[in-house]
Design a protein around this ligand. Sequence first.
Ligand SMILES: Cc1cc2nc3c(=O)[nH]c(=O)nc-3n(C[C@H](O)[C@H](O)[C@H](O)COP(=O)(O)O)c2cc1C
Length: 203
Amino acid sequence: MSRVLAISGSLRAASYHTQLLSCLQPLAPEGMHIALFPGLGDLPHFSEDLETDPPLPVRELWQAIAEADGLLIATPEYNGAIPGVLKNALDWASRPRGTSVLPGHAAMVLSASPGLFGGIRAQAQLREMFALLNVYVVGGPQVAIPAVHTRLNPTAEPEQRLTDPITRAMLTSLLHGLEEAIDHQAGRRLVKPLHHLQSQQAT
Ligand SMILES: Cc1cc2nc3c(=O)[nH]c(=O)nc-3n(C[C@H](O)[C@H](O)[C@H](O)COP(=O)(O)O)c2cc1C
C-alpha cells in the first residue's frame, strides 16, 4: 500500500490539471492510493518571517507531504514557468532548512496545455527544482500533454474522463514507474523527528 499526494498547480475550478489528477486513481497500480491536496490556495505568500510559527495551511502541507510515500505534481505553464502558487507551495515545503519534509521522496510530474507544447518548459523547471531539493523524479515517460482540451471529457466519470488512449497508456506507465520509485526510495527518506510539526500541533 502506498500513499501518493497529488498536487495540482492550478487553482482554476475547471483546471485541466486537476481533472487529469482526478483520472489517475483507476490507472494506478493495485495498492496505490492517490489523494489530492486541497489547500494550495490557502497557503500564505512565503516569508521567512513566518517560518518559526507557520500558519495552519503550511503545517497541513508539511504534514501531508510527511505522511505521503510519493508525490504527484501536475503543473500548468504560465509564461514559460511554473505558476506562482506552486512555486510558493514548494518554497514552503522546502523549509525549515535542514528539516524539510521533501528530501528522499519519490515523485512523478506531468504537465499539460491547450497549446502545442504541453507545458514542457514548466515541467523542466519543476524537475530542476526537485533535483535541488533531493526529490527523486521518475525520468520517463515524460508526459507533457498538448491540446489537453481534446483529450478530456470533464463530465464523464473518472474512469472514462481521459479519452485519449495514448495519454492513458503513458500515465499508466508513469504511475507504475512511481510505484517502483517509491519502493526504491523506501528507507532513503531522511527520517527525522518532525519536532516542528509536533510542537506546532500541540499548540
Ligand atoms: C497567466 C497565464 C500564462 C500562460 N502561459 C502559458 C505558457 O507559457 N505556455 C502554455 O502552454 N500555456 C500558457 N497558458 C495557458 C495555460 O496552459 C492554460 O490556461 C491551462 O489551461 C492552465 O492550466 P489549468 O487548465 O490546469 O488551469 C497561460 C495561461 C495563463 C493564465
